[in-house]
Design a protein around this ligand. Structure first.
Ligand SMILES: *Cc1c(COP(=O)(O)O)cnc(C)c1O
Length: 353
């Protein structure tokens, strides 16, 4: 606390990301990173950055990268917005599109950054409970609202909302901005970008952090009809004209160009997730069906906080949220098969104690 802080800075409760351990050798299954790393072409692109590129400011519109994303999604460049991680894209979305008189609705169990941005930008919000089985009931989004924000697959549950439900939600709320946060869509879902042509109120947000194994690069994208994108650009150009640095633009272009590497890594993660699901069930866990690169599970006979601590003692970090409804769950990111085998051995030992 300092007397130099503004009222706003004093009142904030900032988001706390999962631990990024410095020195220790840990099995790190806590922040949903992709264990396989980006395509070798990405490393070449980064190494190929020249001094003359670095001494200049980057292209403020990231035109080449926008065009590449647009082509991949079957959109035009005017329907693409890029930012320094999808966290930044989401932050701009709160300010540009979700702050209105009527509240913003999002699931009571979802990305814990949403309430933090609501507070930062003073966006009035109302959580909407998930069903008891942790699925999203789109008919529960019936309160008057100006915006609806849903991660799909949801985080931290991993549960996928079927495309028909998104269509129904869009149809029921033509006057609201509907934002689908697709940070994990490449691990088993179908993107809602195909619905953009028919819905002027839909914004889809994606990231290269998880499926493209580029969390360290900080690149995120939003897709929607041009007027929504223009709103985001207005906020971006009032905040930071150059959020996408030269290296990030080069690296992401190279990643988008290597579709085979991308597919192969996602397929490996999905195969390991299916194996993890089975092993955890055999160990007595109740596991939510996941379409993401993590699994959300609880053990009926063991306290989640205690399992979390016992794993940490054994050098394995997963994520634990001490929050209503989910304080008996662990969120476990999908690592390599070797890392998961270490986890399974540690869990067998802990559960036998
Ligand atoms: C990881 C994550 C993000 C943020 O991704 P970045 O692009 O790395 O900022 C956004 N939304 C959800 C639901 C996430 O889990």
């Amino acid at each position: 606390m300092s007397r130099f802080w503004s009222d706003l800075a004093s009142q904030l409760t900032p988001y706390v990301p999962g631990e990024q351990p410095k020195a220790e050798r840990l099995v790190k299954l806590n922040t949903n990173e992709n264990p396989y790393g980006p395509s070798p072409a990405v490393l070449e692109a980064i190494a190929g950055t020249s001094a003359s590129e670095l001494k200049r400011y980057p292209d403020p519109d990231s035109s080449a990268l926008k065009a590449a994303f647009a082509e991949r999604e079957g959109l035009t460049p005017e329907q693409v917005f890029l930012g320094n991680g999808s966290d930044e894209v989401l932050a701009h979305t709160f300010q540009a599109l979700l702050k209105h008189d009527k509240p913003l609705l999002f699931p009571d169990i979802s990305y814990s950054f949403y309430p933090v941005w609501s507070e930062l930008y003073q966006v009035n919000y109302q959580p909407v409970p998930l069903r008891d089985d942790f699925t999203i009931d789109v008919d529960a989004y019936s309160a008057p609202n100006s915006g609806i924000l849903i991660p799909n697959p949801n985080a931290p549950t991993g549960v996928l909302l079927p495309r028909e439900d998104i269509v129904r939600l869009l149809g029921a709320h033509p006057e609201s901005v509907v934002v689908i946060d697709e940070a994990y869509i490449d691990f088993g879902g179908e993107s809602a970008t195909a619905l953009i042509a028919e819905h002027n109120n839909l914004l889809v947000i994606q990231t290269v952090s998880k499926s493209r194994s580029l969390a360290g690069m900080r690149v995120g994208a939003a897709f929607g009809q041009a007027p929504l994108i223009e709103g985001l650009v207005r906020v971006k150009d009032s905040f930071n004209s150059y959020p996408m640095d030269v290296v990030a633009q080069r690296a992401t272009l190279a990643s988008l160009a290597d579709e085979a590497w991308f597919r192969q890594c996602c397929d490996k993660v999905v195969a390991t997730r299916e194996r993890t699901d089975k092993v955890l069930r055999d160990l007595g866990f109740a596991v939510l069906p996941s379409a993401a690169n993590f699994i959300f599970a609880r053990h009926p006979g063991h306290d989640a906080a205690q399992i979390f601590a016992a794993l940490r003692e054994r050098g394995i970090v997963v994520r634990y949220f001490s929050k209503p409804r989910i304080d008996q769950f662990l969120r476990i990111s999908i690592g390599t098969d070797e890392e998961m085998d270490e986890l399974f051995a540690a869990l067998a030992e802990i559960l036998a104690m």
